[in-house]
Design a protein around this ligand. Structure first.
Ligand SMILES: Cc1cc2nc3c(=O)[nH]c(=O)nc-3n(C[C@H](O)[C@H](O)[C@H](O)COP(=O)(O)OP(=O)(O)OC[C@H]3O[C@@H](n4cnc5c(N)ncnc54)[C@H](O)[C@@H]3O)c2cc1C
Length: 378
C-alpha cells in the first residue's frame, strides 16, 4: 500500500512550497556560486518550524511524524534546494534524541530546531569509508576526559556545523564492532579544526569538509550513549539515513522526469516535437515507469518505518535501486535536452551533477548489495 497522505499533509506541503519559493529558491544559485548558505537561511527554516519537526514541543519541535520530514525532503528536491536540512534533521539530530542523556538533550536540542546549532556526523576518514569498523580516529580516556586524535573527510555540513558527532575508536577488542564510540565535539574546542572546504562535482552549497582532531580534550560527559556501542548505534540509525536517501533520490527523479517531458513536448527537430519520435517516447515511458516503481516502493517503506517495522533488507534495496534509478533518469533527461542539458542554467545540468554522489554516500550501492546478500543467507 502506498503512503496515505492526508489534507494536513497537503497543507503542510503547500506552506513549505510557498516558503521555499519566497525565501530560499530565488537565492540558491547565488549561494551555490558562493559555496555557502548563509546562517540566516537556516534560521528562517527554524523560525517557520521546518528543522527537526519531529522533536517534541518541549525541545522546540512540533512533534510531527516522519512523513512530514519526507514532505520537506521532496519539496526541496522539487525546487532544487540543496541545503543539507535532511542531514541535520533526519540523520544527525536523531542520534542525540535516541542516545543523549537529559543534560545533553536540554543543552543541544532546542538550538537544533532554531538553526542556532547546526550538526554533522563524522564517520568517514581518509583511510576508511565503507569499512566503518576500521575507523582509526582514537579517543583515549584520561581522567574525566577523552582525548581525540585523527581526521575525518567528506563531512556534509562540516564547514558550517557547530556540533559534531564523532565516531572514534575506544577499545581493542578482537571483535572490531565493539571498539567504536560516539562523541559530541563542539566547534571551537581546542585542537579541533575545519581544515578544508572540499571542492566537489556538485552539491556546492553543502559545506563538505575535512576535519582534524589533534589532542581534542572533551569531558567524559560528551560520550553519546555507552562506550563501545558506537558501531551498533550507527547500524540502527543508518536505516533512516538510507530511507531519507531513497526518498530524496526518488523525488529528484520525479522532477527530472517532469522537466524532460516538458522539454520533449516543446523542443522541435525535423519539424516535430522530439518527444514524438518513438525512440524518445518509449524512453520517456520507461523513465516514467521507473519513477513510479521507485515512488511506490519508497512510500511503502515509509509506512513500514513509521509503524516501527524492521526495514534493513528493504531499505538497502531502496537505497541502491532508487539512487541508481535517479542517475539513469538524470542521464536520459539530460540527453533529451541536447546541448542545453549541458548548460549550467538548465536545472537538469545541476541535477545530473547533484545526484551522482547518491550511489556513494549513506552506504555505496555495493555495500547495500552486500547487506541484501547477507540477509539472503549468502
Ligand atoms: C558529497 C559527500 C558527502 C558525504 N557526507 C558524509 C558525512 O556527512 N559523514 C560521513 O561520515 N561520511 C560522508 N561521506 C562519505 C561517504 O559515506 C563515503 O564516501 C562512502 O561511505 C564510501 O566510502 P569511501 O569513499 O571511503 O570508499 P571506499 O569504502 O574506499 O570504497 C571504494 C569503492 O569500493 C567499493 N567497496 C568497498 N567495500 C566493498 C565490498 N566489501 N564489496 C564490494 N565493493 C566494495 C565501494 O562500493 C566503492 O565503490 C560523504 C561523501 C561524499 C562524497
Amino acid at each position: 500500500m502506498g503512503f496515505p497522505y492526508t489534507e494536513e499533509h497537503r497543507l503542510f506541503r503547500q506552506s513549505f512550497h510557498d516558503f521555499l519559493a519566497r525565501e530560499i529558491t530565488p537565492y540558491m544559485r547565488q549561494w551555490e556560486k558562493e559555496r555557502q548558505v548563509p546562517r540566516e537561511a537556516w534560521r528562517k527554516l527554524g523560525e517557520q518550524g521546518y528543522l527537526c519537526t519531529w522533536l517534541p514541543e518541549a525541545y522546540g519541535g512540533s512533534g510531527l511524524s516522519f512523513e512530514y520530514e519526507a514532505i520537506l525532503i521532496q519539496e526541496m528536491a522539487y525546487q532544487e534546494v540543496d541545503i543539507p536540512v535532511f542531514l541535520h534533521s533526519d540523520i544527525v539530530v536523531p542520534y542525540l534524541w535516541r542516545l543523549g542523556n537529559d543534560e545533553q538533550k536540554h543543552r543541544y536540542l532546542p538550538g537544533t530546531t532554531t538553526g542556532e546549532i547546526l550538526t554533522a556526523i563524522c564517520m568517514t576518514e581518509p583511510g576508511t569509508g565503507s569499512d566503518l569498523a576500521a575507523v582509526a580516529t582514537s579517543a583515549r580516556r584520561d581522567g574525566n576526559s577523552y582525548v581525540i586524535n585523527g581526521s575525518k573527510i567528506f563531512i556534509t555540513n562540516g564547514w558550517d556545523a557547530d556540533l559534531f558527532i564523532v565516531v572514534a575508536k575506544t577499545g581493542n577488542d578482537p571483535n572490531p564492532h565493539r571498539n567504536l564510540s560516539l562523541f559530541l565535539v563542539e566547534d571551537g574546542t581546542p585542537g579541533f579544526a575545519k581544515t578544508k572546504k572540499l571542492e566537489k562535482m556538485g552539491r556546492h552549497a553543502e559545506g563538505t569538509a575535512e576535519l582534524a582532531f589533534q589532542d581534542v580534550r572533551v569531558p567524559k560527559e560528551n560520550l553519546l550513549g555507552e562506550e563501545g556501542r558506537g558501531f551498533y548505534y550507527l547500524m540502527q540509525n543508518l536505516q533512516q539515513e538510507r530511507l531519507v536517501a531513497a526518498i530524496g533520490a526518488t523525488a529528484e527523479a520525479e522532477i527530472m522526469l517532469q522537466e524532460a517531458l516538458t522539454y520533449a513536448k516543446q523542443r522541435k527537430a525535423f519539424g516535430q516535437p522530439i518527444g514524438s519520435f518513438q525512440y524518445n517516447s518509449f524512453r520517456l515511458a520507461e523513465m516514467a515507469t521507473e519513477v513510479e516503481l521507485g515512488r511506490t516502493f519508497v512510500e511503502d517503506l515509509m509506512l513500514d518505518h513509521i509503524q516501527g517495522n524492521e526495514i534493513v533488507t528493504k531499505v538497502s534495496m531502496a537505497k541502491w535501486w532508487c539512487t541508481e534509478m535517479a542517475n539513469r533518469i538524470a542521464a536520459q533527461a539530460l540527453q533529451l535536452h541536447g546541448g542545453y542539458g549541458y548548460m549550467e542554467e538548465f536545472p537538469i545540468c545541476r541535477q545530473y551533477q547533484n545526484v551522482r554522489v547518491e550511489t556513494i554516500f549513506a552506504g555505496t550501492t555495493e555495500i547495500m548489495k552486500s547487506i541484501i546478500a547477507k540477509q539472503l543467507g549468502l
